[in-house]
Design a protein around this ligand. Structure first.
Ligand SMILES: [Zn+2]
Length: 65
């Protein structure tokens, strides 16, 4: 789990907006501005574009896990 304090200081590497963390998306944090998911490994968000996954209407959580 990530703490809210940590997620609040993180920024999206693509658009530099803040990321949000949804406990329902346990292994991901989300940029709601450019609709990208970033993996969280061992409680460390992997803020790399090549580790990110685009969020689209066709791309459900089941498909990306
Ligand atoms: Zn973004």
């Amino acid at each position: 789990m990530l703490t809210e304090a940590l997620i609040n200081i993180l920024a999206c590497p693509s658009c530099h907006h803040e990321l949000s963390y949804d406990a329902n998306l346990d292994q991901y944090c989300e940029c709601k501005t450019c609709h990208t998911l970033y993996s969280i490994k061992n409680s460390i968000p992997i803020l790399l574009k090549n580790e990110s996954k685009p969020m689209t209407s066709n791309n459900t959580l089941e498909q990306i896990t």
